[in-house]
Structures are given as C-alpha cells and as structure tokens.
Design a protein around this ligand. Structure first.
Ligand SMILES: [Fe+2]
Ligand SMILES: [Fe+2]
Length: 167
C-alpha cells in the first residue's frame, strides 16, 4: 500500500495553492491599477506575473493530485484597488513576495518535520523561485524609486518594461 500524503501537509499545500492564487489576484489588480495610470508596460509586466502565480498554484495542485490527495480551493479576498504611487504599488508587491517566502519556509519546515521526503523537491523549486522573485521585485523597486515619480522617467521605465520577457 502506498503511504498517503500526510494530512497536515496536504492541508498546508492546499493553503499554499490559495496563497499563490491570491498573489495572482493581487498582481492582476495591480495590472488594472497601472492600466488606469496609462502605464501599459507596467500593466503588461504585472499581467504576466499574475499568470506566473497561477502556474505556481498549479505546480502544487499537480503535486497534490499525484500524491492522491484532494485539491480544495477556498475564497480569495478582494485585492487592493488603488495605490498612492507606482512606487507604493511595487513596494507592496515586494512585501507580498517576502510574505510568500515566509509561507514557503514554514511549509518546508513542516514537510521536513513530517518526513514527507517526496514533497521536498517541489518545495526546493519554490525556495529557489522566491530568491529570484524577491530579487526581481527589489530591482524593480530600485528603478521606480530612481524615477522619483517623474512622469517622464516613469514613461521611460514603462517602455522598458513593455519589452521585457521575464515577469
Ligand atoms: Fe508564487
Ligand atoms: Fe511571486
């Protein structure tokens, strides 16, 4: 008989599916904010990132399915609609990424303690991903800060973001 996935781990993985979907929702709302600010490059970058977060949720979803555990979705809070500035929006994105890093760390600890060895490689991927995500948002925040809310500099950065492949 194959060992069923530890129930606490299954619950925590389901919670993380929701956290990733929540991040996707927040980023899509941020894209809408930037579209409203006539900054289509920022908007498209955040749309891309919202899609990437759905991909993260589905990685965990697929793992639950492979381990014969039930996927259970829960509700997602309404995301913020407005920000005082482009800088404030990007700063809150970086905060959310640090929060997600904390969630992944806690998940990793639980998986380690419950000896769910088969789940560790999936979480290794997430640990690496969070290092990249925080770096990405930190660099973006640096650039937005350098623009100092000057419309001209923001438009230049917007053009640069429109051409970026990574999100
Ligand atoms: Fe994510
Ligand atoms: Fe992320």
């Amino acid at each position: 008989m194959p060992m069923p996935l530890n129930a606490q781990v299954a619950e925590a993985l389901n919670q993380q599916v929701n956290n990733e979907l929540k991040a996707s929702h927040v980023y899509r709302a941020m894209a809408a904010y930037f579209d409203g600010q006539e900054l289509p490059g920022f908007a498209s970058w955040f749309r891309g990132h919202a899609t990437e977060e759905v991909g993260h949720a589905m990685r965990l979803y697929d793992h639950l399915v492979k381990r014969d555990a039930r996927v259970e979705l829960s509700g997602i809070d309404q995301p913020p609609k407005d920000y005082v500035s482009a800088e404030a929006a990007v700063a809150s994105a970086l905060d959310m990424e640090s929060e997600v890093t904390g969630q992944i760390n806690a998940l990793f600890e639980l998986v380690h303690e419950s000896k769910e060895y088969g789940t560790q490689p999936v979480l290794h991927w997430f640990l690496e991903e969070q290092v990249q995500e925080e770096d990405l948002f930190r660099r973006l925040l640096d650039q937005v800060k350098a623009a100092e809310d000057s419309r001209w500099h923001l438009l230049m950065l917007d053009q640069e973001l429109a051409g970026r492949q990574e999100a």
